[in-house]
Design a protein around this ligand. Structure first.
Ligand SMILES: Nc1ncnc2c1ncn2[C@@H]1O[C@H](COP(=O)(O)OP(=O)(O)OP(=O)(O)O)[C@@H](O)[C@H]1O
Ligand SMILES: [Mg+2]
Length: 240
């Protein structure tokens, strides 16, 4: 579904990504783990068309999408939930959800709304409430719901658990697991590597702009290097 080939990208003179290869197949949850500043967000920006790579290419459903403007990429079915919960605070829950469907040509919105409300009953209850008055966890659910309204084929999430209390983190991960279906691919960037690897089919570890390890979620979780670098070694094992 998505193939990233030898991508190099950065900001001005600063090169961040140094030849990244990555793949997401339809129906898969793939996670990208790495330390702060490794280049995770930068890679998502390249795939979403927000940032142009200086080398390499991005292929989606067999078509080269490198350097296509980001609104066109959204139309192709690639949706990115950016870091820090991109919801519209001064709009109600319902308005936020309808905005999510803005780019999809299908004008019958009651069906996708039903899907979202079934998955997130809290959003049905709160549909008239302003986005900013939702709790952190509810705002994350709204961001997921809003993205679902656009019926994405490839769903990318940048740190969806950031800043959430542990109980909400579990809830968000459970919902991401529920989103998994044969039709969509999910690319999940997470600091919470343990949780991400638990729900992922496959994962990649990125270090200063290079992919250093890849494998199934299970393989990476039991990998010693991953445990040391991303799961906090033995100490980390007690956490969850
Ligand atoms: N707009 C920008 N201008 C200049 N440098 C940037 C910009 N955005 C990111 N960088 C730099 O690029 C590098 C990679 O940043 P990126 O945001 O991709 O990291 P990340 O892996 O997502 O980290 P985190 O886990 O902290 O979110 C960092 O050194 C960062 O300072
Ligand atoms: Mg980031």
């Amino acid at each position: 579904m998505l193939v990233v080939k030898d991508v190099e990208a950065g900001y001005g003179a600063i090169q961040v990504l140094k030849g990244v290869d990555l793949e997401v197949k339809q129906g898969e949850i793939v996670t990208l783990i790495g330390a702060n500043g490794a280049g995770k967000t930068t890679l998502l920006r390249v795939i979403a068309g927000i940032l142009s790579p200086t080398q390499g290419e991005v292929i989606f459903e067999g078509e080269k999408i490198t350097r296509i403007p980001c609104h066109k990429i959204v139309e192709k079915g690639i949706f990115l939930i950016q870091e820090g919960r991109a919801i519209l605070k001064k709009m109600t829950v319902l308005e936020n959800l309808l905005m999510g469907a803005f780019s999809c040509s299908d004008k019958n919105l009651s069906q996708p709304l039903d899907v979202v409300f079934t998955m997130f009953p809290v959003l049905r209850q709160r549909q008239r409430q302003l986005g900013e008055t939702l709790s952190g966890g509810e705002q994350q659910m709204l961001a997921l719901g809003r993205a679902l309204m656009a019926k994405p084929k490839l769903f990318m999430m940048d740190e969806p658990s950031l800043g959430l209390a542990p109980i909400l983190v579990n809830e968000v991960f459970a919902k991401i697991r529920e989103l998994k279906s044969d039709e969509i691919g999910i690319l999940l960037v997470e600091q919470n590597a343990r949780k991400a690897l638990q729900i992922a089919d496959r994962g990649y570890a990125i270090e200063i702009g290079r992919i250093v390890l890849t494998g199934t979620g299970e393989e990476l979780r039991s990998n010693e290097k991953v445990q040391e670098a991303y799961l906090g070694g033995r100490r980390g094992k007690r956490q969850n």
